[in-house]
Design a protein. Structure first.
Length: 394
């Protein structure tokens, strides 16, 4: 056996010596021819160094791949510590994202609750903050995660109660609109004249006693309630804001009449003639007041009116104040309801000191008496309406 082993070793050594024999190399650089030799021992040393380098490189690559797999958890054994750490990190990142989204959703929901409460208050008491109403009927909030749903549950319960209150506020707003509209009709004015610009919207039947059901149905019901309430408020607000342009105040402190609107006997000719206004008696110098906000369209002498002040209140409504002894305003200036615009007199076609007062709609004279009779209610509406429109709408 020893002889066989020695023979094999001898053969291997012989093959090694045959493989790493001295080799001659010839190098030609284009001008000179050079020759050099590398001994077999040197070749063996170089081959060994190369083999060691390859082994270490392979080991480094394998260790780097193992580290990457441990960090990512890819192809890691399910129960290995590396896989468990990777899984925990992923869960923590997911939870952090859900909590951040839930906080943002809660912030938006709280803002919506405040805005909707402001809308309810605006309809019930007329105190309007347009900025606070911007998001009251915003698009429904997107679906949220289970974590967000748990955080938002109290706010959604508040919204359900708000939806029930919104239904009642809408009914109150509709009743107030109808009451104001009825006063407009008594004056011969159609409410539609003042409420324009797509106040209708789609028909959405409401269950005013329903506080909503659980889940998305509840949210959709609340959104529909507030859309309906918002349309009601817009319509009511548009009508009440225009009331400020309706002549609703007495033009003098002490109101009485010596001549009414309509056909009468002309004081100069004694024949039947149309009287386009009412005559209010008083002493020369009695203060005359604007009966509604507006812009002075004429202030000066005009035929039989004598000294005349004419106010454009917008929406085709106009008032005239004739026979003044003195005019206190100028053309194209803005005046407010109750502002003194002149003094009573007897200028023009007049038989004595008095105010000739007219109300005109679309250029046609109408009876001023109904406007004076509804003045108390319209004045209350004007005081309630916020924002002070003032002057004609263009």
């Amino acid at each position: 056996m020893a002889n066989v082993s020695n023979d094999k070793n001898a053969n291997l050594a012989e093959r090694f010596r045959q493989f790493f024999t001295t080799r001659d190399f010839i190098f030609h650089d284009g001008r000179d021819l050079r020759r050099f030799s590398i001994a077999g021992r040197t070749q063996a040393l170089l081959a060994g160094a190369a083999a060691i380098t390859v082994l270490f490189s392979g080991y480094g690559v394998s260790q780097a791949m193992a580290g990457a797999i441990a960090v990512s958890g890819v192809n890691a054994a399910p129960g290995s510590p590396e896989a468990q750490v990777a899984q925990m990190r992923a869960q923590v990142a997911k939870m952090q994202a859900e909590v951040a989204a839930a906080k943002q959703a809660a912030k938006l929901q709280a803002t919506r609750v405040e805005q909707r409460q402001a809308l309810i208050s605006a309809v019930l008491n007329g105190k309007v903050d347009p900025v606070a109403l911007d998001g009251a009927v915003a698009a429904p909030a997107p679906k949220t995660s289970a974590v967000a749903d748990e955080m938002l549950a109290p706010l959604r319960q508040v919204e359900q109660r708000q939806a029930a209150l919104a239904g009642k506020a809408r009914l109150a707003g509709e009743a107030r609109y109808q009451q104001t509209a009825s006063h407009f009709r008594r004056l011969g004015l159609a409410p539609e004249r003042f409420v324009k610009g797509g106040m209708g919207g789609p028909y959405e039947p409401m269950d005013d006693n329903n506080e909503g059901t659980a889940g998305s149905d509840s949210a959709e019901s609340a959104d529909a309630q507030f859309r309906a309430l918002f349309l009601t408020w817009k319509k009511l607000d548009a009508l009440e804001q225009t009331v400020i342009s309706i002549p609703s105040m007495q033009p003098v402190d002490k109101l009485q009449f010596t001549s009414s609107f309509g056909v009468r006997s002309d004081p100069f000719r004694g024949t039947a003639a149309m009287h386009a206004g009412v005559d209010i008696p008083g002493t020369i110098g009695t203060p005359i007041y604007a009966t509604a906000d507006g812009v002075i369209s004429h202030a000066g002498r005009q035929g039989g009116y004598g000294n005349l002040v004419q106010i454009n209140h917008g929406r085709g409504i106009e008032t005239r104040y004739g026979h003044l002894s003195k005019i206190l305003v100028a053309d194209n200036t803005r005046v407010r309801r109750g502002q003194m615009i002149g003094l009573m007199g007897s200028t023009g076609r007049s038989t004595g000191s008095h105010l000739h007062y007219e109300v005109r709609v679309d250029g046609k004279a109408v009876n001023p008496i109904p406007f004076l009779q509804t003045g108390e209610y319209l004045t209350a509406v004007q005081n309630r309406a916020q924002g002070g429109v003032g002057g004609p709408a263009k």
